[in-house]
Ligand binder design. Structure first.
Ligand code: GRF
Length: 243
């Protein structure tokens, strides 16, 4: 019997989140979880290549060429034969069959590149998320790890981390900063769940330092008053320069 939680990672892209999991978990014999299976949505994608380089069993299941029943049966069989305890969706763009979602309730998680419930739901993936964040004008976005249920991006939140939106950000520059945060919170969330299954956990860490000086001042003073500033920051409560 294995002493660690056995993880399957489902990925459709380059697999940098998969790599973050491999680097943190598979290299450490004491880790409470290990990646034991990688399922790619196409053969030859980056995630599958990363698995092969790390010596982790990998397979491709392409929902575009397989009938839904064959896709579902192939996934269920792979999860069963590798004794999978926890599924991590890391950039997985296909629908997970409802049967698998039900069977892995509380044991399937997803990483999303925004602070859910904002900027989530159908059609909100990849660069679309970051474009929508920039178009909305919000000053803070971030990354979320959450349980997967049968609705898109609506399962209970496990961990979130903020990322400031900076002046001059493009969808690409924002995506890169958010991705770096995903690489930190996803392995932490997996470790926490492996130790304490099905219990939402909060990951604590240092607060991010916001550079308030370089952010453009909102034109409207009433908006400015609603901003929550850190104690000691220019304009924060106690600062004599405050309006
Ligand atoms: C990440 O931004 C993740 O949040 C989203 O898809 C992207 C996957 O990136 N669901 P990678 O394949 O792990 O590099």
């Amino acid at each position: 019997m294995s002493t660690h939680a056995r993880i399957a990672v489902l990925a459709s892209g380059g697999g940098s989140n998969l790599q973050a999991l491999i680097d943190r978990l598979n290299a450490d014999p004491q880790a409470p979880a290990r990646v034991e299976l990688v399922v790619g949505s196409r053969a030859g994608i980056g995630a599958v290549q990363r698995a092969e380089r790390a010596g982790i069993p990998a397979m491709a299941l392409d929902a575009r060429t397989l009938a839904p029943e064959a896709f579902c049966a192939g996934l269920a069989e792979a999860l069963q034969s590798h004794g999978i305890d926890l599924i991590v969706l890391a950039g997985w763009l296909q629908l997970v069959p409802a049967e698998v979602v039900r069977r892995f309730q509380g044991r399937m998680i997803n990483v999303h590149p925004a602070l859910l419930p904002a900027f989530g739901g159908r059609g909100m993936y990849g660069m679309r998320v970051h474009r929508a964040v920039l178009e909305s004008g919000v000053r803070v976005t971030g990354a979320t790890v959450h349980f997967v249920d049968e609705a898109y991006d609506q399962g209970a939140v496990i961990a979130q981390w903020p990322v400031p939106v900076l002046p001059g950000d493009t969808p690409e520059s924002l995506a890169a900063r958010v991705l770096a945060v995903e690489h930190r919170i996803l392995p932490l969330a997996v470790e926490a769940l492996a130790r304490e299954p099905a219990v939402p956990v909060w990951i604590q860490g240092e607060p991010l330092a916001f550079d308030l000086v370089s952010a453009p001042a909102p034109a409207d003073a009433s908006i400015r008053r609603t901003l929550r500033l850190a104690p000691g920051a220019a304009g924060a409560p106690g600062d004599p320069r405050r309006d």
